[in-house]
Design a binder for this molecule. Sequence first.
Ligand code: M6R
Length: 612
Amino acid sequence: MCGIIGYVGKSEAVPILLDGLERLEYRGYDSAGVAVVSPSNTLQVVKTKGRLSVLREHLDAQDPLCGTIGIGHTRWATHGEPNDTNAHPHVGSDGKIAVVHNGIIENYLEIRASLERKGIPFHSETDTEVIAQLLEYYYKKLGNIMNAVYAVLGRIEGAYAMGILCEDFPGQMIAARKDAPLLIGYGEDGNFIASDVTALLAHTRTVTYMEDGEVAVLTGDSVQIYDRERSPITKERHTVDWDVSAAEKGGYAHFMLKEIMEQGEAVRKTISPRIKDGRIFIEELAGMEGYLEGLRKICIVACGSAFHVGMVGKYVLERLLRIPVDAYLASEFRYSEPLLGDDTLVIVISQSGETLDSMAALREAKKRGSKVLSIVNVVGSSIARESDITLYTWAGPEIAVATTKAYTTQMALLILLGVYCADMNGRISEEEYKTILADFLALPEKVDEVLKNIEAYQKAASRYFNQNSVFYIGRNLDYALGLEGSLKLKEISYIHSESYAAGELKHGTISLIEPGTLVISLATYAPLLEKTRSNIVEVRARGADVIVVATEETAPAVKDQADELLVIPNTHRLLQPVLAVIPLQLFAYYVALNRGCDIDKPRNLAKSVTVE
Ligand code: M6R
């Protein structure tokens, strides 16, 4: 999705803006631009369709854009195709005010029509231009830029994070937020705004998260934040503990590969602080024993891969807690009039903590009287802040669009939570508790072991990278896992793929299996191994090639049915998906590599989806 960076201080703004935009590239974008107020107090804008390299070429081809205050933007098109005119920043008709904006202004057509009736010409197809034009209109009418900003915020409906420059106030940048992330960074020689903390890490790790309705005025040496009534407020400053190198490739060809390889450490950091003296201890749940014991239902709500974690959670938590657990797509849940109440816990899972649908589902759950526990990676993100209880995964920054280490850490943490609650409710025997705990402690090393088997994944990928269509099949936890394997493959390699509960295949989809079709069969769930084996035999009988992912325990029973066999170590049955997803991630990665795809920035996708 779109990215915002803004700077005001003593240094030249353009290099800082470009560096910040480069660090936001991973979010996905199709055009980029910057606006700077020059030393002679003139607003200058350069923007273009395409990658940042094209913007750099444009900037190099003209007189240098000088100035120590500026805003920059990477756009992921929503309203209007990606082109130079629709790129941000947008300016008002007099060219005095520039705006960068993330989010969607829902009533933009109505505002545009009313301004056009007043003779104000529009140039782009975007909703954002409405903000710039309306700001200029009110600025002229009211003669005060802050009055104009509040007047605009009173008229627009929808979601926004925005940065504003006005050439009449050359040392001042204004920021506003509602339902889209925006933070303020405090640097040594200036101050910043950004939609994402990674854009700021090279300059500062001291930040303040803006809340809905707030407006900030930044100069080189001051930051003043106002609430929606326009009263000045003082807000907490947070220290971000990610460092710059965590958001760099560190010698790997792609962020995705780096992040896959970091999974052992990420899992360790997520689970080990929560295991003390041979027991699981989730500090954030201290004092909530009574509430947890009284739970009658759990709804897990998320999007994309986080939803797939929810599917694993459904099987695991239901088995451990013996209460109904359902996994919902956030985009459906929010409009489904869900049956909730104070005996239902809603678990929201999100890497970014900014996914709009998940955020809306969270608000819906709270409105209906349920507590919300979130599992989030980005500290201080909107979902983390609005939840009743937040459990952080300590995966570090995830840059590749295709999630990997966030997925495995979310899954490990959700299972840990399940075991913790089962123990509290007396639903797990001491023997099983001890076994699973030992396997939790051994998990990071086993993850590293699976990662060592790289040649097997490369070999399978080189053999099958030319497929048109791939099917993933599995039962129970293996079915939930197949959903993720299939998504990984399609999002980065653009190969059509589907995931099916293995027993469901013969109810329709098996008609698509023909000689040479690739089926990836997940055979790690030992209790249903014989059934899964029969399903493999069925597809082979129709000519399919089969890659089997099995454990040391299950491999002997299925190896004769495998064209390629990928074996992972044994662990507790409920933890198996944490290991089993790794061959699927690396298979997808090497297939995409063989096909020459843009792995970290797949077409049409964005890292954090902040629109519906
Ligand atoms: O930031 P979130 O975890 O809320 O994001 C949810 C999905 O958009 C995300 O998992 C998406 O499906 C990934 N690209 C999958 O790799």
